[in-house]
Design a protein around this ligand. Structure first.
Ligand code: IPE
Ligand code: MG
Length: 251
């Protein structure tokens, strides 16, 4: 399927889109299937959306695939999600590489609960695609934004303690550059499926001026057309970044 992007203003494409994939369990439940079937269906939705991002010309796409809070799900579901993430990487990696997609991973990768095999596959995918530039695809895996900010603060504090950095030198740029993906730009548009209206500890720092879009559909029903709809909706908004409304525009 190819998108009709003629309604998109090429000068106002959101540079970075964040995706909170939500509703896989409910999608499966509604069909009398186990929750894991919802995650399987969610994979196709995610990679159709990735293709859409390439077609639209979005530079950065960050998908929340496993949160630090997701460990509290049942052992079976956590085990499945670990296996599924690893399996998905090995199946998708070469295709993504061919499409020029750079794969990155944001999260606490030192967590001993992450199986070594996952860690290895993530590192491999990141290394293999590190020179690609058509799309920066970030998997927020074992990701929690407060933890990310705490980790960055610790890194800066230890540089201060060692005398390598002065307290006065700490500013927004330095803190942003100490987050999991230092070169990640602020997120312009955050999409959360399934009708929930929460940020759930996702990109708190990066979302300072983000626009939000909440399609009512469950994640497995999301696709590239839904991404395009979100981008067109976004382009209809006026972003002021704290400045006053431009009254000269009103006649
Ligand atoms: C999102 O769907 C899947 C993950 C990011 C792990 P959910 O598993 O949260 O589905 P619901 O909210 O229970 O329907
Ligand atoms: Mg959910």
């Amino acid at each position: 399927m190819t998108l009709d992007v003629s309604g998109v203003d090429p000068d106002r494409i959101p540079r970075h889109v964040g995706l909170i994939l939500d509703g896989n369990g409910r999608w499966a439940n509604a069909r009398g299937l186990p929750r894991t079937a919802g995650h399987v269906a969610g994979e196709a939705a995610l990679f159709d959306t990735v293709e859409g991002a390439l077609e639209i010309g979005i530079e950065w796409l960050t998908a929340f695939t496993f949160s630090t809070e997701n460990w509290s799900r049942s052992d079976e579901e956590v085990e499945f999600l670990m296996w599924f993430n690893e399996d998905l990487l090995t199946r998708r990696r070469d295709d993504l590489h061919e499409q020029g997609v750079r794969m990155l991973f944001a999260g606490d990768m030192d967590d001993p609960r992450i199986p070594d095999r996952n860690r290895k596959h993530m590192a491999e995918a990141a290394r293999m695609t590190s020179g690609n530039t058509s799309l920066h695809l970030v998997f927020a895996f074992n990701y929690g934004s407060r933890r990310e900010i705490v980790d960055a603060t610790r890194a800066l504090a230890s540089r201060v303690a060692s005398g390598a950095l002065a307290v006065d030198e700490i500013d927004e740029t330095l803190l942003a550059g100490s987050l999991y993906v230092p070169e990640m730009p602020d997120v312009d548009l955050i999409i959360r499926s399934s009708g929930e209206h929460r940020l759930s500890n996702f990109l708190l720092w990066q979302a300072a001026y983000a626009e939000f879009y909440f399609p009512g559909i469950l994640w497995p029903d999301f696709d590239r057309q839904a991404l395009l709809d979100a981008v067109i909706d976004y382009q209809g908004r006026e972003r002021r970044f704290g400045a006053a409304e431009d009254l000269s525009r009103i006649d």
